[in-house]
Design a protein around this ligand. Sequence first.
Ligand code: HEC
Length: 146
Amino acid sequence: MNRSIKSIASWITLGLILIQFIPLRRINPPAVSDIKAPGPIKSILKKACYDCHSNSTRWSAPAYIAPISWVISSTVSSGRKVLNFSLWHNNNNAEIRQQKAEIQKVVSGSAAHQPLYYIWQPEAQLTVTEKQALLQWLNDSLQKQP
Ligand code: HEC
């Protein structure tokens, strides 16, 4: 019994070591048309959203350890696909309006967006004041823009 547990444990360890060699791309392509927003708003987005919704991801230590790295890397690519602040001005006005409206929904929503990430990185969590400032800016800019 004891021996078989030991042998299972060594296979698992060997497996964990081997999967570290599977190549994974953690790339940050250039930010060609980064969102233009007032300084404080940009800082809020950078702090809470840029890790998954921009090309300036801060890859944390677990992003280098398989298999957690696979989960992180696939979250970042799906995040970038739906919303990428680094390519923001590649969108036309209608697309920008729609993205702002979706951001409003996520920020004001009752269900937490990506809760695991904010548990892991509590410093990225928006404060009540930051949330209000972001929503205010979205609201104002949606009313101003054609
Ligand atoms: C840990 C990664 C991560 C972080 C941080 C993150 N998101 Fe997302 N977000 C995603 C992923 C992945 C999706 C794609 C679909 C999904 O899972 O909801 C997404 C989808 C979205 C969408 C599209 C609508 C939807 O609900 O699917 C919006 C808008 C959005 N995020 C806004 C934000 C904003 C604003 C922030 C910062 C306050 C933020 N996200 C932070 C990963 C993240």
